[in-house]
Design a protein around this ligand. Structure first.
Ligand code: COA
Length: 249
């Protein structure tokens, strides 16, 4: 990844920060985007303390104009993007009959429209040939989960979006894939969905490998997917979930 530029939307925390750190550790110059300047600053400082180079830009992925400006300015500073990761997400548990239309739309706007905004507005600034785009999906997209109508619908949209973009942009040497992390330890997403030790135990019983995943395992998969050994892979959604979507025994 030495000499490559990686733009990571949602990169100030959680799985996406883990991905940014993994890309940086392999030599990429990373650019982080999220809403929160304080979190961005501390994420960039962390990456610098590990010997990497991280720039950042604050924007809400729901705001297409702000995303377009952020990507344009970053490309002017760092050059064309070799890697774009779209992982900014919002989620909470809510039964559909108590979820407002605005609550549903908010998650679809962040996860699905946000991913469209990031990929669409990175398009003019992508390295051709060679750019690799990775969206962060979720098991709810293919294995429905109660109280997750909003997130499941949004991520199902992400799965089809990456396949469509892979078709449209493949001839330009641009690959577009998604990763579907299951429940990953020490992330806000997992904490929001399993709030008690009993819920954690119940969840572990549904995962064939019987444990949560790690942020490093997701970062390693992204590194493989954006690297030369995955050069013929596009339009896929790779599960990295300990077998969660297979169902229980
Ligand atoms: N249950 C039901 N509805 C909820 C909810 C919950 N736990 N949390 C938010 N909502 C609804 C709100 O009531 C509101 O709808 P309304 O106007 O009809 O009342 C709507 O969602 C928007 O909420 P708001 O707080 O204004 O949105 P926001 O843009 O400030 O925040 C969220 C977005 C809701 C996704 C927020 O949780 C967030 O910012 N999350 C980011 C971090 C995160 O989720 N990380 C995990 C990623 S997997």
């Amino acid at each position: 990844m030495v000499g490559k530029v990686a733009f990571v939307a949602g990169g100030s925390s959680g799985i996406n920060l883990g991905i940014a750190r993994g890309l940086s550790a392999e030599g990429a110059q990373v650019v982080l985007l999220s809403r929160d300047e304080t979190k961005l600053q501390s994420a960039a400082t962390l990456i610098s303390s590990e010997g990497g180079r991280a720039d950042w830009v604050a924007a809400d992925v729901r705001d297409a104009d702000a995303v377009a400006v952020a990507l344009r300015r970053s490309a002017e500073r760092q050059g064309s993007f070799d890697v774009v990761v779209s992982g900014a997400a919002g989620n909470f548990l809510a039964p559909a009959n108590r979820l407002s239309s605005n609550g549903f739309r908010t998650v679809v706007d962040i996860d699905l429209v946000g991913t469209f905004n990031v990929f669409r507005h990175s398009y003019p600034h992508l390295r051709r040939p060679g750019a690799s785009l990775v969206a962060i999906s979720a098991p709810q997209a293919v294995r429905p989960m109660a109280e997750q109508a909003h997130a499941g619908a949004a991520k199902a949209g992400v799965n089809v979006l990456v396949k469509t973009l892979a078709m449209e942009w493949g001839r330009e040497g641009i690959r577009v894939n998604a990763i579907s992390p299951g429940f990953i330890a020490d992330t806000e997403g997992t904490t929001r969905l399993i709030s008690t030790p009993e819920a954690r135990e119940r969840l572990l019983n549904t995962i064939p490998l019987g444990r949560l995943g790690t942020k490093d395992e997701i970062a390693d998969l992204v590194l493989f997917l954006v690297g030369p050994k995955a050069g013929y892979i596009t339009g896929t959604v790779l599960d990295c979930d300990g077998g969660l979507i297979l169902g229980t025994r």
